[in-house]
Design a protein around this ligand. Structure first.
Ligand code: BCO
Length: 565
């Protein structure tokens, strides 16, 4: 009898319709988070059923192009079929079990989407990383996360091999490549041989699903852990109301696969709404490729970092006709009103800014239909109650600058990250009284719009990247010319802000050509750590400003850069 009931409930769940209004109520915290939730079986497989019943042809779930004639289009059913096979690769030849961790460092190729979905199906914890990571970064991530498996491409395999012997937890290396590599399993060989039948694991909403490495002021990147509930369910509102997506839309979100923005814009945002995620492989960023793609493909919704819009408006946009584009989004860093204005005057479209964090997803946004106040982050996004508070945790009146914070009542919102893995002190430090502290400074106006002022710590937000000064300083000190350095943000017309290093040279390098030395240091940083962090500006100084206890006063240097002294 028990078996009968189990099978009966399993069947009922499998064939239950996709109830988007329930997910909306959950997203707004008006309905309890279900005990069990898995985005693959509860959402993707439902869209696959809906797709089968439709009479008219549907948009693909994933539409990938590489700009050189390569193209792949997968329906939700095909995505389900392929990802079940990948799930069998993970739990079969890769030897992974539910709860094991896997690091996936892939460019924008379809296999990334398959692995992401396959991890949900198997309960393996997915840890994405940008392809800009160096051997040292990869080693750090493998050791910190204790990942048992890594997946990457030919270009990064030597970096992995150079550190693999130091990573005692690493058991399996999986390569996505047309050629074979010794000691690596080959993804396509295994995929061909993998069985197509796979039963998705039943995950609780609070089970760990993914981990992101994210930079802070001190130390190396921290591991932000998200659950099936915070990650899957948490992005419903964002996909529906900020991205304004429906099954007839085609959304192109350009983020690198290593960032949470790829998950929001290319996975959960669109797929929750049955929308096509459009992907251009674009190994090198090229504004002309973007503009031509928008002319050739039926993209309705564009999501990108403000730096990209700043680069696009340098071109004469009136020479391009975007036939289907109707909604533009930006996030990751503040967008300037001038760029919004230039984009609007040349395309007729507004840019709807969203503001969020790896830890808690979307915090504020300009939802479609809302009045846009250029330069503001928009209003609090459900389910968050965003307030500006002082250092004691008291709410400040409109117009006053303070910490941008999220009210936490009796219960932590389910959309929050679970924790910084292995770092309870850091996890606890994000809470002040009844508030979660974002680390950003801002103010709120009478209408509830939030205005961003800057970081309250030393983290640098450049081109949408979150860069920890300590990581850059640690890279610089490895060069023999550097005695010590201080890294701060410096204004930049295109990238919002860039990394600037103040460097004290060792005596033997003081007579060297400064220009050449600056380039050498930049190249050095690009080799030691992910190149996006390299200091685009370098100033050589005799000494650094310090406190009486010898701590470098980064704030003094930063204020000078921003003309505040
Ligand atoms: O600009 P440079 O040429 O001097 O240097 C570039 C690259 O050439 C260089 N590089 C890359 N790979 C290298 C390398 N150098 C040596 N060896 C290699 N293997 O490093 C620099 C990298 O800078 P970049 O990534 O900014 O490059 P680029 O081409 O200027 O790209 C511009 C953008 C706008 C496309 C890029 O900056 C970008 O994608 N920005 C957005 C980042 C993003 O998505 N952030 C969102 C994070 S999630 C979030 O904020 C939470 C929101 C809820």
């Amino acid at each position: 009898i028990q078996t009968f009931y189990r099978l009966f409930h399993q069947c009922r769940k499998t064939f239950a319709p996709l109830n988007l209004s329930d997910y909306e109520a959950i997203g707004r915290c008006e309905q309890e988070v279900p005990e069990y939730f898995n985005f693959a079986s509860d959402v993707l497989d439902k869209w696959s059923q809906i797709e089968k019943k439709r009479k008219e042809p549907s948009n693909p779930a994933l539409w990938w192009i590489n700009g050189k004639g390569g193209e792949r289009k997968w329906s939700f059913e095909e995505l389900g079929f392929e990802s079940r096979k990948v799930a069998n690769v993970l739990s079969g030849p890769c030897g992974l079990q539910r709860g094991d961790r896997i690091i996936v460092i892939l460019p924008r190729i379809p296999e990334w989407w398959l692995l992401n979905t396959a991890c949900m199906r198997t309960g393996v914890v997915f840890i994405p990383g940008t392809t800009q990571l160096t051997a040292k970064d990869i080693c750090y991530r493998l050791l910190a996360s204790k990942a048992k498996c890594i997946v990457t491409i030919d270009a990064l395999a030597p970096a992995v091999d150079s550190v693999a012997s130091q990573c005692q937890f690493l058991k399996t290396k999986l390569i996505v490549s047309e050629s074979r590599r010794a000691e690596w399993l080959n993804f396509s060989d295994l995929l061909k041989a993998a069985p197509a039948v796979h039963n998705c694991v039943k995950t609780r909403s609070q089970d760990p699903m993914t981990i992101y490495f994210t930079s802070g002021t001190t130390g190396f990147p921290k591991m932000v852990e998200h659950s099936y509930g915070s990650f899957g369910l948490g992005f419903f509102i964002c996909g529906r109301y900020w991205m304004n997506l429906t099954p007839s839309d085609v959304v192109w979100s350009m983020s690198d696969t290593g960032w949470i923005k790829a998950a929001i814009g290319n996975v959960f945002g669109p797929w929750f709404q049955g929308t096509c995620a459009f992907v251009h492989a674009m190994p090198q960023f090229d504004p002309k490729v973007i503009l031509n793609t928008l002319c050739r493909y039926p993209v309705t919704t564009l999501c990108s970092a403000p730096t990209v819009y700043r680069m696009l408006v340098q071109h004469d946009l009136t020479r391009y006709t975007f036939k289907t584009l109707k909604h533009c989004l930006s996030g990751g860093e503040p967008v300037n009103p001038e760029v919004m204005e230039q984009w609007k005057s040349q395309t007729g479209l507004n840019i709807y800014e969203g503001y969020g964090q790896t830890e808690i997803g979307m915090i504020c946004g300009n939802m479609k239909g809302m009045k846009i106040k250029p330069g503001s982050l928009g209003k609090a996004a459900p389910p968050y109650d965003v307030q500006i508070i002082d250092e004691k945790g008291s709410v400040l009146p409109p117009g006053e600058e303070g910490d941008i914070a999220i009210k936490i009542d009796a219960k932590r919102p389910f959309t929050f990250f679970t924790r910084y893995v292995d770092d309870p002190v850091k996890t606890a430090s994000t809470i002040r009284g009844n508030f979660y502290i974002t680390g950003d400074r801002g103010s709120m106006d009478e209408d509830g719009y939030i205005w961003f002022m800057g970081r309250s710590d030393d983290v640098i937000i450049s081109s949408g990247y979150r860069i920890g000064p300590f990581e850059v300083e640690s890279a610089l000190i490895e060069h023999p010319a550097v005695v010590e350095s201080a890294v701060v943000s410096s204004p930049d017309a295109i990238r919002g802000e860039v990394v600037k290093a103040f460097v004290v040279l060792s005596p033997s390098f003081k007579t060297h050509d400064r220009k050449k030395l600056a380039c050498e240091l930049q190249d050095h940083v690009k080799k030691v750590t992910a190149p996006y962090k390299y200091p685009r500006k370098i100033e050589f100084v005799e000494q650094l400003p310090k406190t009486i206890t010898g701590k470098i006063k980064r704030s003094e240097l930063r204020n000078k850069e921003w003309g505040q002294i």
